[in-house]
Design a protein around this ligand. Sequence first.
Ligand code: HEC
Length: 138
Amino acid sequence: MTTRRLVVLLLLLAAGFMVYRLGLDNPPSTAPGGALVDVRLPDLGPEEMHGEAVFKLNCAACHGVNAVGIEGRGPPLVHRIYEPSHHADAAFVLAVRNGVRSHHWRFGDMPPVDGVTPQQVDAIIAYIRALQRANGIL
Ligand code: HEC
């Protein structure tokens, strides 16, 4: 490889890196948007309320408060795709522990969520199932 080619290559790499950094410093101005589904809210029992609180802290940033989804961030879990016969409770346990490789949507991958205990995941599942039932997703 000639020196000239090497210089061009290095310049391209540097430019690429700067574009990458710019992307990091200035996230796209299209702020994540609104809910993706309308959700009817049921009365919640104690475990479901606990699940709601844990969900708000750990999941709602992407899946939205009340699991309605957030445009540009993450899918609604109150959705036919996640009915128990298609995504059994184990899918929630695995999603939290291992993350999810994007396959149903175009939001990108879900990273593993640290610091949520198995009991808390159970409570989240109870909460999401209650929301789903109240919205005809059985
Ligand atoms: C950083 C964003 C983000 C966070 C935080 C997040 N998720 Fe996700 N989650 C996603 C995305 C995006 C998908 C959809 C992946 C796809 O395209 O199928 C997803 C998918 C899922 C799925 C479906 C799994 C499957 O097998 O298809 C479940 C269940 C889930 N999330 C539960 C949770 C729970 C519970 C929490 C909180 C403890 C949580 N998520 C936190 C982004 C997130």
